[in-house]
Design a protein around this ligand. Structure first.
Ligand code: NI
Length: 139
């Protein structure tokens, strides 16, 4: 971890008002912490765009387990990429609907491919890929 550096930022007063409102909405106690998170988000976004080899993400899937062979298909796809999957949480939301959350770690492109395959599987009602980081290159 490096030393803490203070620097000045010049910006339009209207933009600062909007930024301060945003900080309040997001519950930031200081502008500095909000700016640090914006920078981290930009860096993680760049890692994903550049296809970094060691990233982390989550995939959530909502589906009806009564749907013909869907659960079996989703399991098959996961087995084909088992090396990316750190953990899977399965919650029975009600009599019909299941929520599955996969925690993934590995190559950005492979994580996106796996997410696309799972989310586009016929019968999946809603799917989402959450892009994050292993945290190793961030302070
Ligand atoms: Ni279930």
């Amino acid at each position: 971890m490096g030393q803490i550096i203070r620097f000045g930022v010049s910006l339009d007063s209207d933009l600062l008002v909007k930024f301060d409102h945003l900080c309040k909405e997001k519950n930031y106690t200081t502008r500095s912490e909000a700016i640090r998170d914006l920078i981290r988000n930009a860096l993680v976004g760049r890692d994903w765009a550049e296809g970094k080899e060691e990233l982390a993400g989550t995939v959530s899937l909502v589906y009806d387990h009564h749907h013909s062979e869907l659960a079996q298909r989703l399991t098959e796809i996961q087995h084909e990429a088992h090396d990316l999957i750190v953990s899977v949480l399965h919650v029975h939301l009600d009599h019909h609907n299941c929520l599955e959350v996969l925690v993934l770690k590995g190559d950005a492109r492979r994580i996106k491919e796996l997410a696309d395959r799972l989310i586009s599987t016929r019968g999946v009602k809603h799917g989402n890929l959450g892009l994050t980081t292993t945290g190793q290159d961030l302070v």
